[in-house]
Design a protein around this ligand. Structure first.
Ligand code: SF4
Length: 179
């Protein structure tokens, strides 16, 4: 879509100047994305004012929560969650046709997860000056698959987050390691 917009704009400044063609390509592609998004249930809201070039889609702002003992240590760089998000794979597939950004990778605060609620509140405060707000939380596989306190931890997150909490993130779990 951005390419079409640029193509239209370039055309309008090139030898075969035709701004109308650029605008038609641009809005046609917007329209097709909306239809697809609505059909798949990925688009929640959009406004008429956005249709004239501000924000057309609802933007998900994602916070991933993982295990303090695993993040950036065992699971080096948290790169599997990052790659999963960038490629829209695993539980990030749901953002395939929707605008979404990663807003943070938060660790649980260590065993037994007693500080998670305070940490969620801290994420909110820390992002307020930038007018950034979490709209969706993902619980990473390091918690889902390995945390002995996960039930308590996830229940606390679900009770206090105030937004949808998705259990799962990247899909890249190792199999048959020594086979
Ligand atoms: S509470 Fe669970 S997720 Fe947090 S460090 Fe301990 S094992 Fe990891």
């Amino acid at each position: 879509m951005q390419a079409a917009w640029r193509a239209g704009r370039n055309q309008s400044h090139g030898e075969r100047a035709d701004p109308l063609v650029g605008a038609l390509i641009y809005y046609h592609e917007y329209f097709m994305e909306i239809c697809l998004g609505l059909r798949l249930g990925h688009i929640k809201t959009f406004t008429v004012s956005s249709a004239i070039g501000k924000e057309f889609f609802y933007m998900e702002k994602i916070l991933i929560i993982g295990c303090k003992k695993a993040m950036d240590d065992v699971c080096i760089g948290c790169s599997r969650c990052m790659v999963g998000f960038n490629r829209r794979e695993g539980e990030f597939k749901r953002y395939a046709v929707q605008d979404a950004e990663l807003i943070g990778l938060l660790n649980c605060g260590d065993c037994p997860g007693a500080t998670i609620v305070t940490r969620l509140a801290q994420v909110k405060l820390w992002n307020q000056p930038m007018q950034e707000k979490v709209t969706k939380v993902h619980i990473a596989p390091c918690i889902i698959d390995h945390c002995p306190y996960k039930e308590t931890l996830i229940n606390k997150i679900k009770a206090k987050a105030g937004v949808e909490v998705v259990e799962g993130a990247h899909p890249y779990k190792p199999e048959n390691i020594f086979a």
